[in-house]
Write a protein that binds this ligand. Structure first.
Ligand code: 2P0
Length: 334
């Protein structure tokens, strides 16, 4: 199955219709996985080996402003700066845009504004591709539903599948070869007291792309065979925790899911770790505070930064120990 086959299947007779408007604009939140997506059953159309579950970060994410451009090439701007057309960032984006047009026509001017650090393990590709597919939908006037948008966002980046909704989202892995059953599903429950602290220990781009790290883990780690069962257990624990607002259960399950994912990477060959010394120091600080009675947990993605998980009642305590953390309340003000 190729990406273009999926696009054709989703768009049907809307495939390659002329744009309805001159522009389209959309915002998508970034999302943090509480149960991670790590490993693919299809690398071309980003089908995962397991389901995953995330929380979207309110107004932290990306806004895409897409316009028809009458120049010789697409132009891409990130936070007001033009990005080199031949950079890996632009190439990936242009490759995605090409799925929806004939022979590079129409050309686009793409303005992306992101308020999350790019490539620091804060899922910038997730909100980037989710907002891009929504902006394309607005520009072409396809009127796709959220499920269809989620399937198309997945072609840009797996984690983008979950960035079409606020709050908790489960990405069902699906079993079909064409991936039509592999999309996000919103979990209705909200949890206003839930807080996430973005603890940036480094804004440097990650050394190894998650795409490559994931594949290396699947093919070389002896621990990976235990991962699908761990995910299935953690998904049901997380859904239980969300349904009854059991914070220690949510925190413990999310932290253990993340440390297990990183253990599979460390056991890959050549070994992979996204942690730097500051990451481990922050982890130890969380464990120390927890042993002293604070209900504080973390999760970590494909980068050195941690996301702290805690409840609103502990905001001041968390701020006093981690003054540099940016605190997000995913369910407040949305
Ligand atoms: C996640 N990550 O569930 C996991 C946890 C990183 C660690 O999804 O190859 O950029 O584009 O499908 O989505 C990062 O991988 O990978 C990711 P592709 P993606 O959030």
């Amino acid at each position: 199955m190729k990406k273009s086959d999926v696009v054709r299947a989703v768009l049907g007779d809307r495939y390659h219709v002329a744009p309805l408007h001159h522009g389209g604009q959309a915002f998508a939140p970034t999302n943090i996985a509480l149960c991670k997506y790590w490993g693919k059953r299809d690398q071309d159309i980003n089908l995962p080996l397991t389901s995953s579950l995330s929380i979207s970060l309110g107004n932290k994410g990306a806004t895409v402003d897409l316009r028809i451009h009458h120049g010789a090439h697409d132009e891409i701007f990130l936070n007001e700066y033009e990005v080199d057309r031949v950079s890996p960032f632009s190439k990936r984006l242009i490759e995605f845009l090409n799925l929806f047009r004939h022979h590079h026509e129409p050309r686009f001017s793409v303005h992306i504004k992101s308020n999350v650090p790019i490539a620091a393990g804060l899922a910038s590709s997730a909100c980037g591709f989710a907002s891009l597919i929504m902006a394309l939908d607005a520009l072409f006037g396809w009127k796709l539903d959220q499920r269809e948008l989620s399937i198309l966002a997945r072609l840009g980046s797996g984690s983008a599948t979950r960035s079409l909704w606020p709050g908790f989202v489960e990405w069902h892995s699906g079993i079909r070869g064409d991936g039509m059953d592999s999309h996000g599903v919103m979990i209705e429950e909200t949890w206003p007291e839930l807080c996430i602290g973005l603890l940036i220990v480094s804004e440097k781009a990650k050394g190894i792309p998650s795409r490559e790290a994931m594949q290396r883990t699947v093919t070389t780690s002896a621990l990976y065979s235990a991962w699908p069962a761990k995910v299935s257990r953690d998904l049901s624990l997380l859904k239980q925790a969300i349904s009854v607002c059991d914070f220690p259960l949510l925190g413990k399950t999310a932290e253990s899911n993340a440390t297990t994912m990183h253990a599979t990477m460390l056991s890959a060959w050549p070994p992979i770790t996204y942690a730097i010394p500051e990451t481990l120091l922050a982890m130890q600080q969380v464990w120390q505070l927890r042993s002293e009675g604070l209900s504080l947990y973390f999760t970590q993605d494909a980068g050195p930064n941690l996301k702290l998980l805690f409840l609103q009642k502990d905001i001041d305590t968390v701020k006093s120990h981690f003054p540099q953390a940016e605190i997000v309340q995913p369910f407040v003000g949305c």
